[in-house]
Design a protein around this ligand. Structure first.
Ligand SMILES: Cc1ncc(COP(=O)(O)OP(=O)(O)O)c(N)n1
Ligand SMILES: Cc1nc(C(=O)O)sc1CCOP(=O)(O)O
Ligand SMILES: [Mg+2]
Length: 204
């Protein structure tokens, strides 16, 4: 499936509890998100598979791919379009072998060494961050700022998305630093109007 990293929504079920996950994603698609990642650190695999199937139904016909965070088995069994892994998650090689050549596979990168060590030929994109410290990921790595983002983006031979503490007001600087787009949780999840929150990234 073709993909576009311009505005990548990562879900948080707790933050979205008011409006609900499906309704948040539906509204965010109307607001112009281009990718969705289902991320839930607490749910069982079975719960995540069922949730992923509901999100696939919401996304049907939109052209927006659904990526699964961390869990290879969920990506393999839910009909999702791909998997995002971090440095300590399932190896990219195993993910590619299991999901096949059509799956979209992304890897988190925080340093130049991690980028140099990444199996680029097996990856579709990299997530660069955190740009800023964020409460959405308690164990996040050292923030890299826009300077670090620019260094990593210029060294990356793959499409790249910036992540970590990003708001609509940062969208232009993210692009200027060389990233293809912004990945966000709290700038959309839990916002009173997720459609407007997403739209703000396109016309900040
Ligand atoms: C697009 C994108 N980039 C980075 C991450 C972070 O992945 P990881 O380091 O594995 O941390 P967790 O999200 O698993 O807590 C991401 N999820 N998405
Ligand atoms: C899931 C995640 N990964 C990060 C990384 O740096 O790899 S930062 C992060 C949380 C992003 O949430 P928010 O947009 O609310 O700051
Ligand atoms: Mg992870």
């Amino acid at each position: 499936m073709p993909f576009d990293l311009s505005l990548y929504l990562i879900t948080d079920a707790e933050l979205c509890a008011g409006i609900g996950l499906e309704k948040t994603v539906e509204a965010a698609v109307q607001g112009g998100i281009t990718m969705v990642q289902l991320r839930d650190k607490h749910a069982s695999d079975e719960h995540m598979i069922a949730q992923a199937k509901r999100l696939k139904a919401v996304l049907a016909g939109s052209g927006v791919p659904l990526i699964i965070n961390d869990r290879l088995v969920v990506a393999a069994e839910s009909g999702a379009d791909g998997l995002h892994v971090g440095q300590s998650d399932t190896a990219v090689q195993e993910a590619r072998q299991t999901l096949g050549s059509n799956a979209i596979i992304g890897l988190s990168i925080n340093t130049l060494t991690q980028l140099q060590d990444a199996p680029l030929e097996l990856l579709d994109y990299v997530g660069l961050g955190p740009v800023f410290a964020t409460a959405s990921k308690q164990d996040h790595a050292q923030p890299i700022g826009f300077e670090g983002l620019a260094q990593l983006a210029s060294a990356s031979q793959l499409p790249c998305v910036a992540i970590g503490g990003l708001k609509a007001e940062h969208a232009a600087r993210v692009k200027a630093a060389g990233a293809d787009g912004s990945a966000v949780i709290s700038a959309i999840c839990g916002q009173p109007d997720p459609r407007l929150a997403a739209q703000a990234f396109h016309s900040p």
